[in-house]
Each structure stands twice: as structure tokens, then as C-alpha cells.
Design a protein around this ligand. Structure first.
Ligand SMILES: [Zn+2]
Length: 206
């Protein structure tokens, strides 16, 4: 199978992948391959929200299940300048890998050089569930995508780094998707995220 052939296993935990092999996955690709493609896409999005040369812990949960239990770790990422590879490892279980071939892909969230990084940011604690709901949004613009995927794991939990203005915009996207969602479960998750973020925005303004 094409997907399996694109991943080279160097050690039991080292997963080497060229993202290009995951981009055009056929509709009938098996579930695990699609899950892996989604996971790698998330890692690339997170890693490209930050500058090169920094090691940081993202909000992305580990997918592994050592001893049949979900690993509690998060993905720690490092993006090198040259060669432009993204290293990732789990903060808990030792799973690790390296991704190449991500530049210019749909997942590449690097900011255009001309665009200044805004300064006034607040650290906003969010739950893993809210963070997962935000990653699942389908209609985000690039700025809001950066805000979602720049979420990091801290000693106290997951935090979003956001200005009031950006948070307000993100809430608008959550509300729009909640309004159009026909799946009751997903709508409920979107409503919960909307409520949590709206409360946080209100607290920020006061
Ligand atoms: Zn892990």
C-alpha cells in the first residue's frame, strides 16, 4: 500500500514521514492511515505557527496507547531552519518522528514575512475538549487557525495565546458553525466551546 510505503520505521518509536505522501489520501484509505494523516497535519500546523529553532509543547494529544491506555502526553515540536524538517516527540511515552515535505502544503501556517506579529496577548486556559473542538472547525481563516494551533501545554494545562480581537473573531467562527451544524453531538461540543470562549472574552474585558 502506498501510504505504508511512505513511512519508514527506524526504531520502534521513530516515525519518519514525507507529508506529501499523505496529502492525497484516497477516499477508501483505511482508518488508521487517515488518522495518521490528520495527526501529521496537526503537527505541521502547530509547528509552523512558531518561529524556527524553538522547542515547545503543543496542545496536541499523543495518539499512542501504551498498555492499551491513552497516553497522557502532548506533542513537543521543533522546526529547524535548514533542512526544513519538523521533529516531534511525545512529552510522556517517548514516541517520536520527523516530518519533511510539508512546505507550501495546506497545513503550512507560516505567517507571510510582511505580516507583523501582534503583541498584546493574553494566556487563556482552555480544556482539552474545547481545544479539540477548535481544531475540528472547518471554516477558519489563517489567523484564527494560527491561534488554534499555537495553543500550548503548560504546567497548569492548555492555554491559548490570544488578543481580545482575535478571540472575538474565533468566537464568531464557532457560533457560525454551531448554527449550521445538523449533528446534535457536534453542535453540543461547539456550543460548549462557544460558552467557554465567550466567558473568557468577557473576563478579559473586565
Ligand atoms: Zn505518548
Amino acid at each position: 500500500m502506498r501510504v505504508a510505503a511512505s513511512c519508514e520505521v527506524l526504531s520502534p518509536f521513530m516515525f519518519v514521514s514525507d507529508l506529501r505522501h499523505f496529502l492525497d489520501m484516497p477516499e477508501d484509505a483505511p482508518g488508521p492511515a487517515r488518522k495518521m494523516a490528520e495527526h501529521l497535519g496537526f503537527i505541521v500546523r502547530a509547528a509552523t505557527t512558531a518561529k524556527t529553532g524553538a522547542v515547545w509543547e503543543t496542545a496536541l494529544p499523543c495518539r499512542r496507547r501504551p498498555g492499551n491506555r491513552p497516553c497522557p502526553g502532548h506533542m513537543v515540536v521543533f522546526r529547524a531552519d535548514l533542512p526544513s524538517t519538523i521533529d516531534w516527540r511525545c512529552s510522556a511515552c517517548g514516541g517520536e518522528g520527523v516530518i519533511s515535505g510539508w512546505e507550501g502544503s495546506y497545513f503550512d501556517l507560516r505567517r507571510p514575512r510582511s505580516q507583523p506579529v501582534e503583541s498584546a496577548v493574553n494566556e487563556l486556559p482552555v480544556t482539552d475538549e474545547v481545544c479539540a473542538t477548535l481544531r475540528d472547525l472547518r471554516l477558519l481563516d489563517a489567523d484564527c487557525e494560527r491561534l488554534v494551533f499555537a495553543a500550548r501545554a503548560s504546567t497548569t494545562g492548555i492555554v491559548l495565546l490570544t488578543s481580545e480581537e482575535d478571540l472575538d473573531e474565533l468566537i464568531g467562527y464557532v457560533a457560525a458553525e454551531a448554527n449550521h451544524e445538523t449533528n446534535r453531538r457536534r453542535q453540543k461540543r461547539l456550543d460548549l466551546a462557544f460558552a467557554a470562549l465567550s466567558d473568557a472574552l468577557e473576563a478579559m474585558g473586565s
